[in-house]
Design a protein around this ligand. Structure first.
Ligand code: GRF
Length: 188
């Protein structure tokens, strides 16, 4: 039986689309949730025949846990088994992280544990690193921490800018994420 996966997004959803298009035998994306009603990824999911809903965090003001409880209820109503974050721009509270522990994954555009947080491409260039890449990891209480499930790397070229790196890392992400999610789906 394929594991039932939900993908949480906030924007264009290119990783979500990669997870959908990969047609892995170990998992199936059956639900997409965005915290932003205008996220382009919602339409993209619907066009692929996947249920896609918005749960607007703004409705809840500062009450992050109430927002997460609505997401959690939607996930359980759809019998979701694994939750994949893909450009989901809300930090999750311990309530949600613990509820989905071991079944909650994220993709991050750096070779973790280097460069958690934002602006990873600019930071890697400023540091003069020779290589860069992306990581798929289980989500733990701290941001961008948790067991690393897989990484893909590239060599930084002379003349690389944050934009050129972002484009090349994104390509790596689209190949890495489906592979790591399928591997997780086989063991949970
Ligand atoms: C990706 O670079 C991902 O690693 C980061 O946010 C970006 C999301 O892009 N967490 P997309 O919405 O999947 O196109």
């Amino acid at each position: 039986m394929k594991k039932r996966v939900a993908v949480l997004i906030s924007g264009r959803g290119s990783n979500m689309a990669a997870l959908l298009d990969a047609k892995q035998d170990a998992y199936e994306v059956v639900l997409v949730i965005s915290n932003r009603p205008d996220a382009a990824g919602l339409e993209r999911a619907r066009a692929a025949g996947v249920e896609a809903i918005a749960i607007d965090h703004k409705k809840y003001g500062k009450d992050r846990e109430a927002f997460e409880r609505e997401i959690d209820a939607a996930l359980r109503a759809s019998n979701i088994e694994i939750v994949a974050l893909a450009g989901f721009m809300r930090v999750l509270t311990p309530f949600f992280v613990r509820a989905w522990q071991g079944r909650l994954v994220n993709i991050h555009p750096s070779l973790l544990p280097k460069y958690p947080g934002t602006d990873t491409h600019a930071r890697v260039l400023a540091a003069g690193d020779a290589e860069h890449g992306c990581s798929v990891h289980l989500v733990a209480d701290e941001v961008d921490a948790g067991e690393i499930l897989g990484q893909a790397r590239l060599t930084i070229l002379p003349g690389d800018t944050p934009e050129t790196l972002a484009a090349r890392v994104l390509e790596l992400e689209h190949a890495l994420y489906p592979r790591c999610l399928a591997a997780l789906a086989r063991v949970v």
